[in-house]
Design a protein around this ligand. Structure first.
Ligand code: AMP
Ligand code: ZN
Length: 468
């Protein structure tokens, strides 16, 4: 089984070959924790969670190391802390916890490492010292800046990831042309803190705080080692964030080849809302924290995986409703086929996912497999290969792993569940005693509770009618 991925650096779909199949490494840029995550921020989390699950399937659970950082040093964090009159750690702890809870609600597995910038200051400072020593960086007005031309040396390697010339990139990204820069493309590695902001002892003893890009360069090297196999994030990170990570990490170690930092680069497309990229700055955001109050996490996850990860995804209420219907349909089959025993899986079940994470293709396969499971469920004691295939594929997608009864009871309180179970017991007794008026009365009582009973070879199951 070969995994093929679209590598942003080479600009094509290629076979993935890890540096060491016993230790496959994945680094994904995580959130800046000063606010609630919106559903666009959840897209990379869910997409790379599918990749993580697939890599674990291919190489073994203990042979994949996944790091997703927390950016806990940032201007926006400082501003929020000042506004609330608290230490930045109060803000970062609060939003990191909410972020992790929200992503868990979307069935995202916890990464093996979740490094925080504040815990890796020493590595950042050391890397900046190395860059200064190699003349790849310079000090100006208390800042340390990276000298892009010193690494690029006219070879165009700085623009290799973004596939654009230096001039285009600078014009497009409206890079700040500060007075202390030798060239517009140069970027900040270290800068002084403003009064009242947290301060660390920096390179050459300069007090201040790191720039955003150096945080990821230091953390990925510290927790995974270089080169990382796959580095990922949203397309907006290609330039300047990932471009600058490559430049400074390669320059610090005397490498010219961008692959010395990360061997493959993967970027997800944007999630759009009302025709524009969802973003905090545009204010058109839907928070994961709010969505999970109204929809099961699996529904949101299905919606996020319903399109190809590199394509834009238009977020609409209809998309959520359709995702809910699809899951209800498939869980309905699992419910009626509860007695069917899953058998060994076939490797071809993963063909779509192995083709650059074609999740929507994998979902179509789930439908075909479900039809086969449905057919076999008419037999009271059957073993089905396709049920095994269905469950294994759904597991990589991170969906359809719940007990189907539990799925349909979503929203039912414990009280209601106990009441229904009790009525079902009474119904069985009434039927056994051929007490039909009593059985009818119980049926009406269940109806009044909005409960639909389904009889199956292994006994009755039930669901709330409104949920289908
Ligand atoms: P941020 O907190 O803005 O740095 O974003 C965290 C992650 O979410 C990064 O990988 C971004 O590329 C990604 N991201 C932000 N907005 C969107 C969006 N609308 N669609 C898809 N990914 C996004
Ligand atoms: Zn990063």
């Amino acid at each position: 089984m070969t995994l093929r991925i679209h590598d942003t650096l080479r600009g094509e779909k290629i076979a993935f070959e890890p540096r060491d199949p016993k230790r496959v490494t994945l680094y994904v840029c995580g959130p800046t924790v000063y606010n609630y995550a919106h559903i666009g921020n959840a897209r990379p989390v869910v997409v790379f969670d599918v990749l993580y699950r697939l890599l674990r399937h291919l190489y073994g659970e203990d042979h994949v190391v996944y790091a997703r950082n927390i950016t806990d040093v940032d201007d926006k964090i400082n501003k929020k802390a000042m506004d609330e009159g608290v230490d930045i750690s109060v803000i970062t702890e609060r939003y990191a916890r909410i972020y992790n809870d929200d992503m868990t609600a979307l069935n995202a597995l916890p990464p093996n490492h979740q490094p925080r910038a504040t815990a890796h200051m020493g590595e950042m400072v050391a890397m900046i010292e190395d860059l200064l020593e190699r003349d790849m960086a310079y000090v100006a007005d208390g800042e340390v800046l990276f000298r892009v031309s010193a690494w690029d040396r006219g070879a165009g390697r700085y623009g290799q990831l973004a596939k654009r010339s230096l001039d285009d990139m600078i014009a497009g990204a409206r890079v700040e042309v500060a007075g202390n820069k030798d060239a517009a493309a140069d970027f900040v590695l270290w800068k002084p803190s403003k009064p009242g902001e947290p301060v660390w002892a920096g390179p050459q003893g300069l007090p201040g705080r790191p720039g955003w890009h150096i945080e990821c360069s230091a953390m990925s090297e510290a927790v995974l080692g270089l080169p990382v196999d796959i580095h990922g994030g949203g397309q907006d990170l290609i330039f300047p964030h990932h471009t600058n990570e490559i430049a400074q990490s390669c320059a610090a170690h005397g490498h010219d080849d961008p692959a010395a930092y990360a061997r493959y680069w993967m970027h997800n497309g944007f999630l759009d809302f009302s025709g524009e990229k969802m973003s905090k700055s545009l204010g058109n955001v839907v928070l994961v924290h709010d969505l999970i109050k109204d929809y099961p996490g699996e529904v949101i996850r299905w919606a996020l995986l319903s399109g190809h990860y590199r394509s834009p995804l238009n977020w609409t209420p209809e998309l959520l409703e359709q995702s809910k219907k699809n899951l209800d349909y498939l869980y309905g089959i699992l419910l009626r086929a509860k007695h069917v025993q899953p058998d060994e899986t076939d490797e071809e079940s993963f063909d779509e996912l192995l083709d650059d994470l074609n999740t929507s293709g994998a979902m179509s396969r789930l439908y075909l497999l479900a039809k086969s499971v449905e057919l076999s469920s008419q037999n009271p004691d059957v073993i089905s290969n396709d049920k095994g295939n269905f469950l294994a594929l759904a597991n990589i997608l991170g969906i359809l792993q719940q007990d189907p009864e539990k799925w349909f009871k979503h929203g039912a309180t414990d009280d209601l569940s106990a009441q229904v179970e009790d009525l079902l017991k009474q119904r069985a007794e009434a039927r056994a005693a051929k007490n039909w008026p009593e059985a009818d009365r119980i049926r009406d009582a269940l109806n009044a509770l909005n409960v639909e009973v389904m009889d199956s070879p292994t006994g009755p199951t039930w669901k709330l009618k409104a949920s289908v």
